[in-house]
Design a protein. Structure first.
Length: 44
């Protein structure tokens, strides 16, 4: 029951998933693009 409310903690492999989600907020233009998105933003 305790582990159920904490799915992100239970999934250590999915640690990269939530991390990207956090950057997505910062990199709304291109989260999955990464550096490519940042460069594109500068070009714009």
């Amino acid at each position: 029951s305790s582990a159920r409310p904490s799915p992100r903690v239970l999934s250590p492999t999915e640690n990269h998933e939530p991390a990207q989600d956090f950057q997505r907020d910062s990199s709304s233009p291109a989260p999955y693009m990464g550096a490519d998105g940042l460069e594109s933003n500068d070009s714009w």
